[in-house]
Design a protein around this ligand. Structure first.
Ligand SMILES: Nc1nc2c(c(=O)[nH]1)N[C@H]1C(S)=C(S)[C@@H](COP(=O)(O)O)O[C@H]1N2
Ligand SMILES: [Mo]
Length: 209
């Protein structure tokens, strides 16, 4: 009965695929499928690439500043995988391209006492991260999504991408990384959200593990 065998085979593959997708969802999250929600606290800015720049300053040996052209001249890198918003949507199989934050930090030379980073956007949005969450191939500064220029509602021209943490850590319209010795809460963190935000530990709010 070739027809039945074929049908059973397909159904098994689908079950396995569904289980795999379920295993990729951190606790309390759902799969948003092909939707890519946009979440912005402030008014969406128009950022002109000719005047945009990214700075690294604070506790570094050599403060750095890259223009749009300079940052494109650095060795490129990309991310393929999942993202997780604290409002409970997760999106699978995203592709972003830009540069690894390691490349940027290496150029600036973090001082030994630099333990935290505040990411700043043109709009005044801020978010704080332990420096270790930005090193070791875990974080990017990106200007492409799905092979196309990053749309303004998703942080274009340039955003931070830290996909192993809740997505509010991925500051849109990024212009500055400030290296600090002592942690300081950013925008959502001042409003009760967690200082680290690991989705697998469900670190949503201050006081969560
Ligand atoms: N500048 C800025 N960056 C931001 C935000 C914001 O409001 N302003 N929202 C954060 C939150 S809560 C999420 S879930 C993601 C949303 O990114 P998206 O709009 O591309 O989905 O951006 C993060 N970065
Ligand atoms: Mo979010």
């Amino acid at each position: 009965m070739p027809v039945t065998r074929g049908f059973t085979g397909r159904r098994r593959a689908t079950d396995a695929d569904q289980q795999q997708r379920a295993d990729r969802l951190p606790p309390g999250q759902y799969d948003t499928g092909s939707d890519f929600p946009s979440l912005t606290a402030e008014a969406t800015p128009q950022v002109d690439v000719d005047s945009w720049s990214l700075s690294i300053d604070g506790l570094v040996e050599t403060p750095q500043r890259w223009s749009w052209r300079d940052i494109h001249a650095l060795p490129g890198d990309s991310y393929y995988g999942d993202i997780h918003c604290v409002t409970t949507w997760s999106k699978f199989d995203t592709t972003f391209a830009g540069v690894s934050v390691d490349t940027l930090l290496d150029a600036a030379g973090p001082l030994p006492e630099a333990a935290y980073v505040m990411a700043h956007a043109t709009t005044g949005y801020t978010t704080n991260l332990p420096i270790e969450d930005l090193r070791g191939g875990k974080a990017w500064v990106v200007w492409e999504y799905d092979g196309k220029p990053l749309a303004v509602e998703h942080g274009g021209p340039v955003r931070l991408l830290v996909p192993h943490l809740y997505f509010w850590k991925s500051a849109k319209w990024i212009t500055r990384l400030e290296l600090m010795a002592v942690d300081r809460p950013g925008f959502w963190e001042q409003n009760g959200y967690h200082d680290r935000g690991d989705p697998w530990l469900e670190q949503r709010y201050q006081g969560d593990p």
